[in-house]
Design a binder for this molecule. Structure first.
Ligand code: FMN
Length: 324
């Protein structure tokens, strides 16, 4: 591995690997107001949420790498103690990018970026109408992380009011990520668009699983299962016994099938019919039946039917052992 000591390689090199490695990062589009009443708007991807009671968001308006000066957002927060943090979606990309230009502090960046200002309810800085979610915030703490070019200034902000557009609601009391279509920042000039095929679900383990070290060798040594498959196998709380597996199989209806029908079920993710087909193929001494069982276990894992996956995997292993 490439190993770097930040103190030896310097800020520019460190910056590249920090941004490449910590990615994608959410983007806060931050609206502040200066003491003289000038609106400021800038994006920050050193940003996240840190608590919900009280609700806390934090971002870092770092010292400029070029001349070690502080950014307008930092100065405005120090003097007026308020901001509005906005979620950035794909349709806001280029205007958000425009707002990252280093305009002088007497320039209204709403005018420059073309975003529409609307009044906030609890703080003085205005909001960005085009953004689907707005967090009105009060500064809790500004933590200065060094006085050097590139040093961060962590603005820890308490959220005092939240506005969510109905357009992004999922109808179940939450936000629909596909409707939100948020973007994140990666390293270099790369961004991530968090919608469509980039989105997937992974439910949290319900209880404490058996753990990776408890996986039997026939699972760990498979040439078919992926690391994610092994993680899912390890999430199960109890491994079914051989007797349970036998009982389960004796109740199944085995359908006549061909390799072609197996693959049709595979494409459909229909792991129950995949298993019925694989059992038939096994009864016909099909030499690929172990492979079909493992594909079936994988498909059951993808459907989060861990019990089914274990039964298929155990059956596959025990019949292989008998044949040996
Ligand atoms: C997507 C994106 C993310 C950015 N993230 C940060 C960041 O986390 N911290 C930072 O200091 N600057 C960041 N910048 C650069 C600032 O937006 C830029 O320096 C801006 O001009 C600061 O404006 P201000 O002086 O009006 O506060 C980012 C720029 C873009 C386009």
């Amino acid at each position: 591995m490439l190993t770097l000591d930040p103190e030896l390689v310097g800020n520019q090199e460190t910056f590249k690997y920090l941004l490449g490695g910590v990615s994608p990062r959410p983007i806060a589009l931050v609206s502040t107001i200066s003491e003289l009443g000038v609106n400021n708007l800038s994006p920050f991807s050193f940003f996240n949420a840190f608590g919900s009671n009280p609700p806390v968001l934090a971002f870092s308006a770092s010292r400029r790498g070029t001349n070690n000066t502080s950014k307008d957002t930092y100065e405005n927060l120090i003097s007026t103690k308020e901001c509005v943090i906005h979620t950035v979606n794909y349709s806001m990309l280029e205007q958000m990018n425009l707002a990252s230009s280093e305009f002088d502090s007497d320039i209204d960046e709403f005018v420059k970026s073309g975003f529409t200002p609307i009044a906030s309810e609890r703080v003085r800085p205005v909001r960005v109408k085009e953004s689907p979610i707005h967090f009105e915030c009060e500064l809790m703490q500004m933590i200065e992380l060094g006085g050097l070019p590139g040093s961060g200034n962590l603005a820890v902000c308490k959220v005092v009011n939240i506005h969510v557009s109905e357009d992004v609601l999922d109808g179940r009391g939450g936000v629909d990520p596909n409707k939100l279509d948020a973007i994140g920042r990666n390293g270099g000039a790369f961004y991530t668009r968090a919608s469509g095929l980039a989105l997937f679900e992974a439910q949290k383990p319900r209880g404490n699983g058996i753990g990776y070290e408890a996986l039997p060798e026939f699972i760990k040594k498979s040439n078919v299962y992926t690391a994610n498959n092994l993680g899912l196998f390890a999430m199960t709380e109890i491994i079914p016994s051989n007797q349970e597996v036998e009982n389960f199989i004796s109740r199944l209806k085995i359908k006549e099938a061909s390799e072609e029908t197996f693959y049709i079920y595979h494409r459909l993710g229909d792991y129950k019919n995949m298993f019925a087909s694989a059992l038939f193929l096994q009864s016909q001494s099909n030499e690929k039946s172990y492979y079909f069982f493992e594909l079936t276990a994988m498909a059951s894992l993808m459907a989060r039917d861990l019990g089914f996956a274990w039964k298929v995997a155990i059956h596959s292993n025990s019949t292989r052992a008998i044949q040996k």
